[in-house]
Write a new protein. Sequence first.
Length: 96
Amino acid sequence: MKIYHYTSNNSGGSWWLTDQNWLDLEKEGWKVLWKRDDPYARPDENGRWLGALATEAEKEFHSKPEAVAEFERITGANVDDEGCPCCGQPHYISEK
């Protein structure tokens, strides 16, 4: 098993995952890296950084396809979404 790391990008100027998506990922065993706990993010009084509660999460899987499938099932997002031409992909999953 390897750890797979999800990174979100606010492609097009908005975050593609909702607060509920992050809570659902955590409920399914993903370690969500909450911005309120990040000493470098400088979150606001509500724990948000640039409007987001979190931008990263990780979990152990046997393979990247397994990680992608679970992420998409939980969030309803498509990891292959292109996003906007200037900002790039809104979702990225990589082996840590």
